[in-house]
Design a protein around this ligand. Structure first.
Ligand SMILES: [Zn+2]
Length: 146
């Protein structure tokens, strides 16, 4: 069963769902067919390869229960800005260093530029005299997709 790409109402790609899920979205009229296979139908619907949501869903990070921690997710959450100096960030920093028991968790990790990351090393922000410009938070993906 091939996966179907789901587009937001503004045609921005969101994610992939199973064909069965896509058909359910069409049936519930939350999505319309955007692109379909030629000469292939499921009931009244052409077999979709891309569906588009009827109404726009806002996807943004918020506090609360949320997705599993990841390095990429920390960078997205923090807008790829260093939590210490505000410059472009490509690394993540453990607020409480891993060498001292700091875990890979949303509340213990922030985006950081390489320079600040090197400068902070195995110290806490207080020890390094590098105050956090933003408080880390646990994000939640608010998009409720059908
Ligand atoms: Zn920095």
């Amino acid at each position: 069963m091939s996966a179907v790409l789901v587009l937001n109402a503004d045609c921005g790609p969101l994610h992939r769902v199973s064909l069965r899920h896509a058909i359910r979205m069409l049936f519930r009229q939350v999505a319309v067919v955007h692109e379909a296979q030629q000469d292939n139908r499921i009931g009244v619907y052409p077999v979709p390869t891309v569906v588009r949501l009827v109404s726009y869903v806002v996807t943004r990070w918020r506090r609360g229960r949320g997705p599993a921690w990841s390095r990429a997710g920390v960078l997205v959450r923090d807008g790829r800005r260093c939590a210490y100096c505000g410059e472009a960030a490509s690394t993540i920093d453990h607020v409480l260093p891993r060498s001292r028991g700091g875990r890979n968790e949303w509340l213990n990790t922030v985006a950081a530029c390489g320079r600040c990351n090197n400068r902070k090393r195995d110290r806490t922000p207080a020890e390094a005299r590098m105050p956090l410009r933003v408080k880390p938070f646990a994000p939640v993906w608010t998009a409720s997709l059908a």
